[in-house]
Design a protein around this ligand. Structure first.
Ligand code: SF4
Ligand code: SF4
Length: 339
């Protein structure tokens, strides 16, 4: 894999300088939380050892997205939002979030139901991820097929060498970006050795905690297992885990109307909410917390694997960190493994 070097200052100047001709999204501290947002003049891009609170998904799959608008007094007329050729750069996300884009690609770029709203954003974006020199204790990315320096889903993967970044060129899109900018220079042997030491240390810091293959085997015959009676008990159904999760993608479609005009919107939803599966008849196939928790786990670790040969979890640890009742998905998976 081709590797380049760029000074951190030079990269920040390059990114902020590009904000005129393309949208640049990066981590910024807002009221004490690190969030990914479109950079505006005066924003300071912040790369810290902490991951962002919310994931990258809002940037590709907005929480509220207009699909089209209409006016009932003009039957047959429907206005889609303009698809833009404006280029976008996503910088500073962690490999777990870059990996989540490969999950989203299965859902929104699949051949059966390609989603033009997602594809427009995905194809016009270059993804520049930064590896994790200091993984958090809640991370289990190595167990889910990624890792602190995984290149999955990224066009460029950066390794933090203190005053500069070593840049791994992953895709042709990444290669074009590097070739267009003279601030990148070829990496040397010494920098490659420093990179090896950093990657080795970080990889060892993410301890193996769950085994998705063993979990999958249990889940294959585990729909009626007693384990579901126990593991949902603490859950209060707040939906935090699903909203912060980079791979959760449940949505609802609603119409908002004023007089004869209206908009059709796609908004995030959550399988942890009782109304998610409530039928117009009043029936509900997932009435209880037990059924909803089973669905969340089954979807990520069985159904998605059956359909796409990968788990729909990147081990980012957000659901572990922010669940208000400390429900830990790693513990849930371990319980399933030994059930
Ligand atoms: S964040 Fe915790 S309490 Fe809230 S729905 Fe998820 S598992 Fe349940
Ligand atoms: S299930 Fe939890 S650990 Fe896995 S990707 Fe979602 S938020 Fe991250």
């Amino acid at each position: 894999m081709k590797e380049m070097i760029i000074k951190k200052d030079a990269l920040m100047n390059l990114l902020t300088g590009r904000a005129d001709d393309c949208q640049v999204f990066a981590p910024v501290e807002v009221e004490g939380s690190l969030v990914i947002k479109e950079i505006q003049p005066g924003d300071e891009i912040t790369i810290s050892s902490m991951n962002t609170k919310a994931s990258i998904k809002e940037t590709f799959f907005p929480q509220r997205e207009r699909l089209f608008s209409y006016d009932l007094s003009k039957p047959g007329e429907m206005k889609e939002p303009p698809f833009s050729d404006r280029k976008r750069i996503v910088f500073g996300i962690r490999p777990c979030d870059a990996k989540s884009l490969t999950v989203f690609d299965c859902v929104f770029k699949g051949k059966d139901y390609p989603d033009p709203y997602y594809i427009d954003k995905r194809d016009n974006t270059i993804v520049i991820a930064v590896g994790c020199n200091e993984p958090s204790t809640t991370c289990f990315c190595s167990d889910t097929g990624a890792g602190p320096f995984s290149t999955d889903g990224a066009d460029l993967l950066l390794v933090d060498l203190d005053g500069s970044y070593l840049v791994r060129v992953v895709t042709e899109k990444g290669e074009s970006f590097v070739n267009e900018n003279t601030a990148f220079t070829e990496a040397g042997q010494q920098q490659a050795e420093t990179r090896d030491a950093i990657v080795d240390k970080a990889t060892k810091a993410v301890h193996a905690q769950v085994n998705p293959d063993k979990v999958k085997k249990k889940l294959d015959d585990g729909f009626d297992s007693n384990v579901w009676d126990i593991i949902h008990e603490k859950c209060i159904g707040c939906g935090t885990c699903t909203y912060l999760c980079p791979t959760c993608h449940c949505f609802d479609i609603v119409d908002e109307t004023t007089g004869t005009t209206g908009e059709r919107l796609r908004i995030w939803d959550s399988c942890m909410y009782p109304f998610f599966t409530l039928h117009a008849s009043g029936g509900n196939p997932r009435k209880t917390g037990k059924e909803r928790m089973r669905q969340r786990v089954m979807h990520k670790f069985k159904y998605f694997v059956d359909n796409n040969e990968m788990v729909a979890c990147t081990g980012c640890g957000r659901c572990v960190k922010y669940c208000p009742v400390n429900l830990d998905i790693r513990e849930i998976l371990k319980q399933i493994e030994v059930s």
